[in-house]
Design a protein around this ligand. Structure first.
Ligand SMILES: Nc1ncnc2c1ncn2[C@@H]1O[C@H](COP(=O)(O)OP(=O)(O)OP(=O)(O)O)[C@@H](O)[C@H]1O
Ligand SMILES: [Mg+2]
Length: 286
């Protein structure tokens, strides 16, 4: 029995939302494994944090799940279906259920199109009737706190934090089951980061929404994730509930990561800690 199987039995045998089994990804035939025998599950409504230093394979795992990166071996199951080698048509039908938020939404928003288009397009792909798309787009933008009329405005007319909200609205507009967030708040200043993290937590509540939350910053992961997987050079070095991993680091490496809240400046470090405390104090229950 694999660890993933053991967990699903523990959880009453319910089918995981996402089940990654012994995933291996190599770039090129003879290259080293960027992801090496990685297994984890995400249950419905659960947030799993995926942390590790730069180059440890986090983005590669996210891209493999989203079908943007070929899998060398192992399996990826979504809602009980093996999607490891899903066809283009099958992937297309999954697009509404499994969405992504990346670090830099500006690069994925067309500067010449109003942002409403970025929201109605996934609805079109998900075969939502044309008559409903504009309202769904408006609703999603309102849900992330953007003012009415935003749909008709252009990407350059928004701040970085607002653009990240737009990216979240675009991910959520199709009512997905799973959202892969890859460094979704890393580029934001700390107070905006806190707002967006709170927003992600709010949106999850009641929506039965699962997140794979990828970050190099343990503090950010601690805020959102019920469980954490720690990667080092493509392999899992630690995995457990967030409290277990944070309170009882089994590996020196995790401690380094935790201490590394990656700012060399002690004043900035202290400020981060304050923001972090404020964030925890104002958060809705996870
Ligand atoms: N397209 C690619 N071609 C070849 N090697 C790649 C490619 N993308 C990533 N890699 C390699 O795979 C490994 C994992 O990279 P990946 O981007 O998944 O790491 P990461 O954990 O997301 O890092 P970061 O925190 O910097 O985003 C690294 O050694 C990287 O150099
Ligand atoms: Mg990455």
């Amino acid at each position: 029995m694999t660890m993933a199987d053991a967990e699903s039995v523990q959880a009453g045998g319910a089918t995981p939302l996402l089940d990654v089994r012994n995933l291996v990804v190599r770039y090129g035939k003879r290259g080293p494994a960027a992801v090496d025998d990685v297994s984890f599950t995400i249950m419905r409504g659960e947030t799993l944090g995926l942390v590790g230093e730069s180059g440890s394979g986090k983005t590669t795992i996210g891209r493999a799940i989203l079908g943007l990166q070929a899998v060398t071996s192992g399996e990826i199951w979504f809602e009980g279906k093996n999607i490891t080698r899903a066809s283009v048509a099958e992937r297309r039908s999954l697009q509404g259920d499994m969405r992504a938020v990346f670090q830099d939404p500006y690069s994925s928003l067309n500067p010449r199109r109003p942002i409403g288009d970025a929201l109605t397009e996934p609805l079109r792909v998900a075969r939502v009737p044309r008559a409903d798309r504009d309202r769904r787009a408006e609703d999603a933008l309102a849900a992330v706190g953007l003012p009415p009329g935003s749909a008709g405005r252009y990407p350059r007319q928004f701040s970085g934090g607002q653009r990240q909200r737009i990216a979240i609205a675009r991910a959520l507009v199709t009512d997905p089951r799973l959202v892969v967030c890859d460094e979704a708040v890393s580029a934001l200043d700390l107070s905006t980061q806190a707002q967006v993290l709170n927003l992600l937590a709010e949106l999850r509540a009641g929506a039965d929404l699962g997140y794979l939350f990828i970050a190099h910053d343990m503090a950010v992961v601690e805020f959102l994730a019920q469980r954490v997987v720690v990667l080092n050079r493509g392999r899992i070095v630690e995995q457990g509930t967030t409290a277990e991993v944070l309170q009882n680091p089994q590996y020196h490496y995790t401690q380094v990561l935790m201490a590394a809240s990656p700012v060399p400046d002690p004043d900035e470090q202290a400020r981060r800690r304050d923001v972090w405390q404020a964030l925890k104090a104002t958060a809705p229950a996870a």
